[in-house]
Design a protein around this ligand. Sequence first.
Ligand code: ASP
Length: 355
Amino acid sequence: MTIEKVNIDTAAPDNPEASILLIYTGGTIGMAYDENREHLVPFNFSLIVEKVPELGNFRYLLSVINMDPPIDSSNVSLKEWYMLVQLIKENYAAYDGFVILHGTDTMAYSASALSYMLENLQKPVIFTGAQVPIGRTRTDARENLISALQIAAKKINGKSAVPEVCIYFHNLLIRGNRGKKVESRYFNAFKSENYPVLAKAGIKIDYTWHAIRPHAEAHFKVHEHLDDRVAILKLFPGITAATIKSILHIPDLRGVVMETFGAGNAPTWPWLLNLLQDAIDRGIYILNVSQCDEGRVDQGRYETSKYLLNMGVIGGADITTEAAITKMMFVLGLKLDKQKTKELLGSNLRGEISI
Ligand code: ASP
């Protein structure tokens, strides 16, 4: 992978209102239809700049890093997250904000991962993308990109207005670790789960100030290690012992995000409880996440979750699966002792759960 940084010609490069680093990773926003292969394939970001001449009107210093080759976000892995936090770390002092162009498919995972990896963030890191490629007449890319840049540039009393990792999509600014892709055909691709949107763009951009995280007092810190020895176990009526065993006995497994029913309920079949207890006894952390989009895990409310609470399954509150699996990777990557690991998995680290 090669990294190339270029400045865009803008209206005020010498006396800019704000400086923004745009990082292009790929996704539909920068795809074109390949007639021969008969599907959408990523193309070079320099073509995106040609397609949005409005970028030149901004009174910003606008630099662009083009990830080469750009990828469909279905191919995102820890390698790209490490690269993104490394780029932000290297450029942190020089820019007021960061906009990451990313495919929508895994954007909520990437935004969640970065929210943990960038601790005490004082500047905005806004993910955006599009449902229709930038070259198409009905593209949503232009509005998404332009508003994301304006939000990243917004300051109040000289400080960034939104010092968080966010997703901006189809008029909504969403906390990154609360976002979920809920739509693949229409423009409203993302929803904020269990948390108010941070801003809504119409004629003006209306910010929900009380929902935005305050500026951290402590120093910005970048975490560059995640633990990928994790799995997601989604329960369903009729799930067999063989299926559960095959997941809980993955060699070297360290953590499981278990998607349960309703308020965190699971079947009370003895063989299931024995398998879960055995996994916990072998040192595997299990984080209980609800399959419901809204609402929260409340272990102990029903008999069907009391067993989980008693055996040491950790309640995930109102976290999304995307934020939970990346939280598991992050917390395990810190290599803390058992008590501290359990404590962090159940606590609010970056606004991903409501306490
Ligand atoms: N497959 C694309 C991606 O996630 C979809 C998109 O960008 O909307 O990269």
